[in-house]
Design a protein around this ligand. Structure first.
Ligand SMILES: [Zn+2]
Length: 212
C-alpha cells in the first residue's frame, strides 16, 4: 500500500496578491492595507505569514522524523504564492489531505481560540479530518474557559478558494489569533509552537489511520 500524502499550505507570506504587506520590516501604520496583518508584539513586528511558515516547517520536520506518511508543501520559501498556484499543486499531487495553515486576525484584540474550516459542500473526508482537528486543537491548545465542558468542537464552513477548488479532502486551520497579545506572547516559545505542531500531527495521523 502506498503511503498517504499530506500537502501543507502555509498561508500568505511576503506581500500577498491583494497587495497586503504581510512581511513587516517597515509597515506603514497609517495605511490599513499595509499593517492589518502586521502587529508590534513589544519586541518586534510580527506577521501572520511568518507564523504560518514557521509552524509548517516544524510540522514537516516532525513528519520527516517520525511520520509514516509523506509530506509536500505548496511553497518552499517565506514569500507568498498565488492561490492559483496553491490549488494547482494540489491538482498535480492529488494528496490524501490538503492542510492550509493560518492564524486569525480580529479588530477586537481580546478574541482568541482556534478554528478549522472545510468547504460548505465538502466531501466526507474533509468533514471528518476537519472535525478531528477542530476537537484536538481545542483540547491541546486552548485554555479554559474556551474549552467547552462537552469537549466537542466541530469544523466551520467556508468558501475559501483553496477549499473550494481543491479536488481531494481539504481543510484550513486557524491556529489562534495573531491579533491577540496572549497568543503573541505564547508564540515566542518553541514549547508552545511544538504543542500546536504535535496536535496537528496527531490529527493527521488519526485521520489517515481511519481512512480505508
Ligand atoms: Zn490567513
Amino acid at each position: 500500500m502506498r503511503k498517504k500524502l499530506l500537502l501543507i499550505d502555509p498561508g500568505h507570506g511576503g506581500i500577498d496578491e491583494n497587495g497586503f504587506y504581510t512581511s513587516c520590516p517597515n509597515p506603514d501604520k497609517n495605511n490599513k492595507n499595509t499593517w492589518y496583518k502586521c502587529m508590534w508584539n513589544g519586541d518586534r513586528w510580527i506577521n501572520e505569514g511568518d507564523w504560518n511558515y514557521q509552524i509548517s516547517a516544524s510540522l514537516i520536520e516532525m513528519i520527516d522524523k517520525i511520520g509514516d506518511f509523506d509530506v509536500d508543501v505548496t511553497k518552499y520559501t517565506q514569500e507568498d504564492t498565488s492561490l492559483d498556484s496553491r490549488v494547482k499543486k494540489e491538482h498535480e499531487l492529488l494528496p490524501d489531505l490538503f492542510l492550509s495553515i493560518h492564524f486569525n486576525y480580529f479588530s477586537n484584540y481580546s478574541v482568541k481560540g482556534t478554528e478549522v474550516f472545510a468547504y460548505k459542500n465538502a466531501g466526507k473526508g474533509s468533514r471528518k479530518a476537519a472535525n478531528i482537528m477542530a476537537r484536538n486543537l481545542m483540547l491541546d491548545i486552548e485554555e479554559e474557559p474556551l474549552r467547552t465542558e462537552s469537549t466537542e468542537r466541530f469544523y466551520k464552513e467556508a468558501n475559501y478558494k483553496v477549499l473550494r477548488e481543491t479536488k481531494g479532502s481539504a481543510i484550513l486551520a486557524e491556529l489562534g489569533f495573531f491579533s491577540n497579545s496572549d497568543t503573541q506572547r505564547m508564540m515566542k516559545y518553541k514549547e508552545y509552537q511544538d504543542k500546536i505542531v504535535l496536535s496537528l500531527y496527531k490529527s493527521i495521523n488519526q485521520y489517515f489511520n481511519e481512512l480505508h
